[in-house]
Design a protein around this ligand. Sequence first.
Ligand code: ZN
Length: 318
Amino acid sequence: MDTTPLFLRPALHEKIWGGTRLRDLYGYAIPSETTGECWGISAHPNGPAVIKNGPLAGKTLAEVWASDRELFDQYPGDNFPLLTKILDARTDLSVQVHPDDAYAREKEQVPFGKTECWYIIDCDEGSEIVYGHKAPSHEAFRRLVDHGEWDRLLRRVKVRPGDFFYVPSGTIHAICGGCLILETQQSSDITYRVYDYDRPGADGKPRELHIEQSIEVANCPHRDPKLTYSVRQEAEAKFTELLREKYFTVSHWEIRGHADPIEKNWPFLLMSVLNGTGTLAIGDAEYPLKKGDHLVVPAAARTVAFDGQLDLIVSNPV
Ligand code: ZN
C-alpha cells in the first residue's frame, strides 16, 4: 500500500480582519492584503485543499477521501472529519459560537458541528482572546446581549506564543487582533456571530448576526475544560501532546536534530510545519519538509521519523 504523504495546496480566504502574514511568513499566494485564513488540510467544500504530489496530484482531499479510503484506514463517515487552518488576525474576529453535531445536523443539515482548538503561533505583546463568558445562566446571557453589555459579558484572556486553547462547541470565543493561530477543528463552517463590534463588513454594511442561535447553543455558565498535557523529551526531539479529546488528538512536535521512528498509533496523521526545514522519513523514503507545508500521512505508513529543525502541529481523528 502506498505510504507517500499527501502534500496539500491550501485554500486561502479573504476576511475583513485578515492581514498579510500568510504570505510574509509562509509564502502562500494570498489573494489580497486582507487574507485571514489558510485552509491547509481541508476537504470542506468551502475551501478544498488540492494534492500537489504523487499519483493523486490534482485531486482534492475530498475526492481521495471518497475514492481511496484505504489511505485513511477505512475511517468511517461520508466526510473527511477534520480541518486544519492557519489564521492571521490583523484585527479582531467577531465574537462567535459554534453548534454541536446534533444541532448542526438538525438545524443546518451539515454533517458536523464545530469543536476547535488553537495553538498560538505568534501574537503581539499583550494580545488577548475572548474565551467564555461571565453570565451565570441563559437568561442573564440574553439580558447582557440585549443591553450590549459586552464588557460585563465577555471573558478576556491574555495570550502568549505557545499557548493552547480547547474550544468545544458552545464556547463563546473570539480571536483578537495580533494573533497568528493554527486551528484544528471539526470539518465545519457553521458560525453564529453574536457581536461584531458594530463595524462594517466588506460591502460597507454590518455583517449578519445570529443572536438567537448564539443564545441557544452557548454553554451557560461557561466552564473551562480541564486539559492534561503530556510531554516526552528525547535527546533531539520533544513531543508535547496538547489535547486528547472527543474528536481529535493534537500535538506539538519539536525536532532539533534527529527523531527516531515513531510507531503509528493513529488511523492517519495531519501534519503542518510551523517552522524550520528538515526531512520526514517513512520506511526508506524521505520527503523534504519546510515551513508552511501541510500534509496527510496515510494509514500504510507504519512509522514516521525526522531529521532537521522542525516545529510541527500534528493531529489525528480519534
Ligand atoms: Zn470559531
